[in-house]
Design a protein around this ligand. Structure first.
Ligand SMILES: N[C@H](C=O)CCC(=O)O
Length: 430
């Protein structure tokens, strides 16, 4: 039984006096769904507990990182042991090499990797590297893809920027924006035309190989292959932003699912197991251009700190054990099938997209393949769906432009309860 959000509301009012909008990342404010956010006191497995005594089945999982759920015993134990040695040294440790080796083993195209502290740092650094390596300035990105909040990437961006109606943020200088060319996602013909005009000036194409920041949108057959071909033809780099899809679309990333060999890959979220970690890596000849091996500068006081490396290592070790990823993917498939059945039974038309452990519901009769089809989905229906689900104890991202995430901790009972709640929501909406 939903107990309301009165204590959370008081805490939110207080937070707004000291923190812009009361939150440290905009989507958390729930302005997109006309509500105030629950304030969380703890997480455990698939559940989140709020200040008002409500319990939720959590499909946000900290926006993707917690593929093992909250407080997985092996992650907690490893972190407790790590606290005995210290939190940060600003000096090399064997833990960094161990996580680098495991990451390279899991991500097919990676020969070397550099650890950073967030997905934003990973994409920003990968693009600097691409520009330094190719000696070119322009980049191509896709409308509705989100690559963090660096200036040159906050252009036609997805995620919170899109949810809040500022896909291109004020504060990005025109001199920087002019080097970012945008194209519709899944539209290879437009990319080819861009290359015909600008190919010799393009350092890289960066994309989410499975888009997760305008809802979950898979690449169309041939799209990734076509990008690989056109970038190689013009000597530009292909950068996969797998901050979300890495270890989520498949254990070996979207590149493993679709069998594509990008030049550089950006990681984040799961690789940190709930602590702030990002990474970028790829072909050795490119990666060796990074300082101190080469001239392209990138650094970080807390990069590779032992706590973050430990959480990432513990997470990837559990995740890569035989059968674990398949089990999580099966749970995601079960949820998706249950939701589709519930929609059918209630006469509601919706699009259900899923790749691996990421999924989305769009309230539309169209196939959702890009920003235009995602944003023409019925936002009012999504808002009603979100509000009903929250009151039924199902915690979803407060935006139709965000994917939902499954974890190993979700049980059959969680999935059944979620489908029953969705059926109730669908019949009210239909
Ligand atoms: N989709 C975003 C990250 O990838 C959501 C997280 C945030 O903006 O706080």
């Amino acid at each position: 039984m939903f107990k309301g959000l009165s204590k959370s509301e008081k805490l939110f009012e207080e937070a707004k006096q000291y923190i812009p909008g009361g939150v440290n990342s905009p989507v958390r404010a729930y302005s997109s769904v006309g509500m105030n956010p629950p304030f969380i006191v703890r997480g455990d497995g698939s559940k989140l507990y709020d200040e008002d005594g409500n319990v939720y089945i959590d499909y946000v999982q900290s926006w993707g990182p917690l593929i093992l759920g909250h407080r997985h015993p092996q992650v907690v134990e490893a972190l407790q042991e790590c606290l005995e040695i210290g939190t940060s040294f600003g000096a090399p440790t064997a833990l960094e090499t161990e996580l680098a080796k495991l990451t390279i083993d899991l991500i097919p195209s990676m020969e070397m990797v550099r650890m950073v502290n967030s997905g934003t740092e990973a994409t920003m650094s990968a693009l600097r590297l691409a520009r330094g390596y190719t000696e070119r300035d322009k980049i191509v990105k896709f409308k509705g893809n989100y690559h963090g909040h660096a200036d040159h990437l906050l252009i036609d961006a997805g995620s919170g920027a899109l949810t809040l109606g500022v896909p291109t943020s004020p504060g990005v200088p025109q001199s920087i924006a002019q080097n970012t060319i945008t194209a519709p996602y899944n539209d290879l013909d437009t990319v080819k035309k861009i290359f015909e005009m600008e190919g010799k000036n393009i350092a890289a194409v960066i994309l989410e190989p499975v888009a997760g920041n305008m809802g979950c949108i898979p690449p169309r057959p041939g799209f990734l292959e076509g990008l690989r071909e056109v970038t190689s033809q013009y000597g530009s780099l292909l950068i996969f932003d797998e901050v979300m899809s890495g270890f989520r679309a498949g254990l070996h990333g979207a590149q493993g699912v679709y069998n594509i060999d990008p030049d550089l890959t950006c990681l984040g979220k799961v690789i940190g197991g709930g602590l702030p970690v990002g990474a970028y890596g790829g072909k050795k000849k490119i990666m060796e251009q990074i300082a101190p091996a080469g001239p392209v500068y990138q650094a970080g006081t807390l990069s590779g700190n032992p706590l973050a490396m430990t959480a990432g290592l513990a997470t990837l070790k559990v995740l890569s054990a035989p059968g674990v990823f398949a089990e999580i993917e099966n749970k995601a498939a079960k949820l998706s099938e249950g939701l589709q059945q519930a929609a059918k039974e209630t006469g509601l038309t919706a699009a259900f997209n899923r790749v691996g452990t990421m999924q989305s519901v769009f309230f539309t009769s169209k196939e959702v393949v890009d920003f235009d089809t995602a944003s023409s989905s019925d936002l009012d229906k999504f808002t009603k769906f979100f509000q009903i689900m929250l009151k039924e104890g199902i915690y979803l991202a407060p935006s139709q432009y965000e994917a939902g995430f499954m974890s190993i901790a979700h049980t059959d009972e969680d999935i059944e309860k979620t489908v029953a709640a969705a059926k109730k929501a669908f019949s009210e909406i239909a």
